[in-house]
Design a protein around this ligand. Structure first.
Ligand code: 13P
Length: 263
């Protein structure tokens, strides 16, 4: 069970999928599906992370239709403004009422050479602009074999939290690289082991209060059929969902995990 003071967070990382027109249709259908099922919006926080080009459209839709999903971006610049072609400032995201920003996703670390230091600078940029960073960490299979299940994620989070104030709101996502988009999901016990180690890092760096209130998510091949098993673990407070967050019925079922399977 999620800790008593932590509201579960189900986050959909769309990655580079759904243009702004598809985004409208998707968000409306998801909202209808949850309302049809009489889902109680207060039980679980839902956040969607569309591509940058969709953000304004989704913001307006959420606002006009009074849809209670939080909005997040998938990345941000370390800079505030200036000659950085192609970059997006956290200040711009805040203006769009974005609440969250994903930082350090393994796809950014791998394909865009983002180091732990860049991730740490992006965490600072997010907090500076009033955005909650969703800090992603996780090991490859090779790293797991070499250094065990927790060392890589713990090391990545330690650097990311350098200089973060004790009172800052952050979210941590444990996403083992070998489980992302592979269908090779981690076991609930594996997720719990790493999430507990990450909570200890938060306690060490930001204090016990922060560790108690910070939500730690699991991500990697989450589906409606396995979400409840993760949510039963004491240190797993939600999920960062990729592929399954693009399917209306499947994502709605993940959000409604408390109903379709007893937790
Ligand atoms: P999948 O759910 O497609 O495995 O992706 C997980 C992920 O990378 C979410 O950020």
């Amino acid at each position: 069970m999620v800790g008593v003071n932590r509201q579960p967070l189900i986050a959909g990382n769309w990655k580079m999928n759904l243009d702004h027109l598809q985004a409208v249709a998707f968000v409306q259908k998801l909202d209808w599906s949850l309302k049809d099922a009489k889902h109680d919006a207060g039980t679980v926080e839902v956040a969607v992370f569309p591509p940058f080009t969709d953000l304004r459209t989704v913001q307006i839709l959420l606002d006009q239709d009074k849809i209670e999903f939080a909005l997040g971006a998938q990345d941000l610049s370390t800079h505030d403004s200036g000659a950085y072609t192609g970059e997006i400032s956290g200040a711009f995201l805040k203006k769009l009422n974005a609440s969250y920003v994903i930082i350090g996703h393994s796809e950014r670390r791998d394909y865009h050479a983002e180091t732990d230091e860049v991730v740490a600078a992006k965490v600072q940029a997010a907090l500076k602009h009033g955005l909650v960073p969703v800090i992603c960490v996780g090991e490859t299979l090779e790293q797991r074999e070499q250094s065990g299940p927790t060392a890589v994620s713990v090391g990545q989070l330690e650097v990311a939290l350098e200089g973060v104030a004790a009172g800052a709101e952050i979210v941590v996502a444990y996403e083992p690289v070998w489980a992302i988009g592979t269908g090779q999901v981690a076991s609930p016990e594996q997720a719990q082991e790493v999430c507990a180690a990450l909570r200890a890092v938060v306690a060490d760096k930001l204090g016990q209060d922060a560790a108690d209130r910070t939500r730690i998510l699991y991500g990697g091949s989450v589906k409606s059929g396995n979400i409840a098993s993760f949510m039963r673990e004491p240190d797993v407070d939600g999920a960062l969902v990729g592929g399954a967050s693009l399917l209306v019925d499947e994502f709605a079922a993940i959000i409604r995990y408390q109903k379709h399977v007893g937790v």
